[in-house]
Design a protein around this ligand. Sequence first.
Ligand code: ATP
Ligand code: MG
Length: 357
Amino acid sequence: MRVHRIAAIPGDGIGPEVVEAALTALDHLSRQTNAFRLEVDRFDWGSKRYQREGALMPADGVDTLRAYDAILFGAVGAPDVPDHLTLWGLRLAICQGLDQYANLRPTRILPGLSSPLSKVGPEDLDWLIVRENSEGEYAGQGGRSHRGQPHEVATETAIFTRAGVERIMRVAFSQARARPRKRLTVVTKSNAQRYGLVLWDEIAAEIATEFPDVTWDRMLVDAMTVRMTLDPRSLDTIVATNLHADILSDLAAALAGSIGIAPTANLNPERVAPSMFEPIHGSAFDITGKGVANPIGTFWSAAMMLAHLGESDAEARLMRAIEVVTADPTSRPRDLGGTSSTREVTEWLCRALDCDA
Ligand code: ATP
Ligand code: MG
């Protein structure tokens, strides 16, 4: 039997609720298929640890994670800790430390769900957003001077390297090639940002020559929000910078029905370090502890994790079970118009897995 070592980092807010739900589902799946087993270690890293010990994770935390085959992450962020501390102290530290430079965000309208845009149906919206995850606007470069004075200045420098842009562009073109429509849209703002994003445009054209079977085009990010809203069907795979893709993928998730269902893979495509899988939603303290968090985004992320681990049969089973759950109003969680609690959604999912066995 294949054994995969998983590091689970439930984190803050609803993170532990949705991660436990996903681990229950994965455990059910592995018993059922008998083809693989997950060895899970849980790490209590996050804002509570920060308040206790002054750091979200231990100094050698990133290195500890290198021993695992994959990481399942919940959410990080708490009302009483500044957001930039929690983000940089845990999530970004892991993504950058393990060079998970490709962030993949599939978005589609699952059975039974609908877009808030009445004209948009499941056949219109099936996207894969590829986000540059290691540099760009979130490179953490900049500084502040003359703090608190009227002439205070803060700089936030975006870094785009040829190597960084080439590698994300290759991932994007390869992902586009692997999908039926073989279509890629490269998003920039190269009319206003005349250095880094002109480099993006140039490198896109260069890498495109390696993928003659992929049809590609370019969009400015502002026009892209309009196209996603008014002409979603014309899009398939989308690649954008760290900041732009962060914003576009929230829009995408909302257009597909709810941020509660949207998954993310932070990939180290060369597999020299583990990749990390997480729902795109945050810690959502307004519903924490009420047992109503939608675990489907974490189920879907767990399915992406299975695919990455080579368990494609289990991935397909889990995706089919997710679709059974969303298709039936009685099994849906509250944010999708149903009444099921996190635990009930998980039970429905396990039942759907049993029926598929
Ligand atoms: P962050 O600061 O990390 O973005 P957040 O606490 O602002 O986190 P979001 O993920 O941005 O939370 O979500 C915004 C709101 O959407 C939440 O406050 C919550 O009401 C709702 N929401 C998010 N995720 C879920 C979920 N899994 N199930 C149900 N509702 C959710
Ligand atoms: Mg938020």
